[in-house]
Every structure is written in C-alpha cells, then in structure tokens.
Design a protein around this ligand. Structure first.
Ligand code: PEP
Length: 257
C-alpha cells in the first residue's frame, strides 16, 4: 500500500450471512475493536436486508462505511426482487461490490453488465468495488494478466478521469476465494501492479496512483500484513474472516500499521 497517494480500504463481504439481529451483534462487537483504525477506511458489505440496521449501528462510527454486495444494472423498472443504485444511495450506502466472481459465475454477469453497473453506481454517487480475477485454469494457462487487463478496461470503459478515484478495484483470484488458499504476495503484487499499469495507460500516472486496489481471497489476520506490504495492494476484500469480529479487526489492525 502507499498511503501517500491513495486510501487503504478494508471491506468485509458478508455474502449471504447474518440476519439483522446478528448484524447488530457483530457490529457491536466489532466497533470497540477497530475504533483506533485511523489509517484505513473500513467498509461492511452486508446483505440488503441488513443495511438499515448496520447504518443505525454505525451512526457514531464515521470511519466505518456500509456497502452493498450488488445492485441492478438498470436505473429502475419492472425487475421483481431487485435493488437499484438510487435506492442504496438514498438509504445511506457508500460502496457497492460489482462483478464479484460469485455473481459472474452464478448470475452470468458479464464485463458489459459490470460496465453498466459501474456507470449507474457512479451516477448515483456510490463507490463501486469492482472485482476482477482469474480461475485456476486461466492462471495455469498463463493468461491471468491479459484477462484482468480486459476486465479492468471493460469496467472503466467510458468512465471520465474525474470519476476514476471513486472506483476501487479488488483483485480476487477465483481459486483463492473461500478456499483457504491465498495468492502469494508476489502474485497479489504482480496483478495489483498490472491493474495500475492498465489504468496508467488509460488515464496517466497521476490519476492511476490515486486508485485503491484491494486483494481478496482467503485474506486472514496472519497473511494480511505481508499482502498489504505490497506497493499495489491497498487493502482487502475479506469474505470468511469478516464474519467474526476478532478476525476482521485483526486484518484492520494489520492495515493500520
Ligand atoms: C470474497 O468473497 O470476496 C472473498 C475474498 O472471500 P474469502 O475471504 O472467504 O476468500
């Protein structure tokens, strides 16, 4: 990470875990543990139904923001069961995860859809956390950097430079998500640097150095410090370890050193 140019952001992705009452309980446990985290922003990406209670529980914690895990790719309309960017913004949500590999895999979200969501999120005033990453097969084939370049370019297509800083990228190797198998620091650093190089080619060096690039994939208290020591790993998107106050707080602490 390089705090001189960009924010360090640790985001928890709770996925489909925690009821509203469990949300209140987890946040109450978490707050005192991370109250001293001055050097990084913390985001809790909770299920839609937990958003109101999370916002209420965090009213007195300005450094902990609430994020959503998805949003629809249209502004509004007949999309039963879906949630729009404007609805999230109106509630008080600050971040939204876009293009998580689980959504790409189970809901067939394509790079085109990711791009539409990025534009809508930015227009609504939300900060997108755009997930990119390769399968194990793609890594073995040696196409990781090319594939991620395509994903990054697609997500940024048509995004003006003045909006670029609002976007966070999360490099999430699919083979590392929920598997307990973390990318090596070299792998995370290499892909982070490659994402930044792609942004640099599109927007120039000054704009590129202001973008936060997270790593996600079995990040834990024990590997966070080394991953975050990489120049182009500016935070984490944390799944499993964000579901327990102590393990998430330990990652936040590592980012705060
Ligand atoms: C994720 O879901 O984005 C993630 C990184 O999960 P985990 O930390 O459990 O691998």
């Amino acid at each position: 990470m390089n705090r001189r140019y960009r924010k360090t952001i640790i985001a928890g992705n709770w996925k489909m875990h925690k009821t509203p009452s469990e949300t209140r309980q987890l946040i109450d446990e978490l707050k005192p543990l991370i109250s001293k985290a001055k050097w990084c922003e913390v985001v809790l990406c909770v299920p839609y139904v937990d958003i109101p209670i999370a916002l209420r529980a965090l009213k007195d914690s300005p450094r902990i923001a609430v994020g959503a895990q998805n949003m629809h790719h249209e502004e509004s309309g007949a999309y039963t069961g879906d949630v729009s960017a404007a609805m999230l913004k109106d509630l008080g949500v600050k971040y939204v995860i876009i293009g998580h590999s689980e959504r790409r895999a189970y809901y067939h979200e394509t790079d085109t859809l990711v791009s539409r969501k990025v534009h809508l999120a930015l227009r609504a005033g939300l900060r997108p956390i755009v997930c990119v990453g390769e399968t194990l097969e793609q890594r073995d084939q040696g196409v990781t950097l090319d594939l991620i370049t395509v994903q990054v370019k697609a997500a940024l297509s048509g995004v003006p430079v003045e909006k670029l800083r609002q976007i966070v990228f999360a490099y999430e190797p699919i083979w590392a998500i929920g598997t307990g198998r973390t990318a090596t620091v070299e792998q995370a650093g290499e892909v982070g640097a490659s994402i930044r190089a792609t942004i640099r080619k599109m927007y120039g060096a000054r704009a590129a150095r202001s973008v936060t690039i997270q790593y996600g994939g079995s990040m834990t208290a024990s590997n966070a410090h080394d991953l975050l020591a990489q120049l182009d790993v500016d935070g984490g998107l944390v799944g499993g370890a964000s579901l327990k106050a102590s393990s998430f707080a330990a990652i936040v602490q590592a980012a705060n050193q």
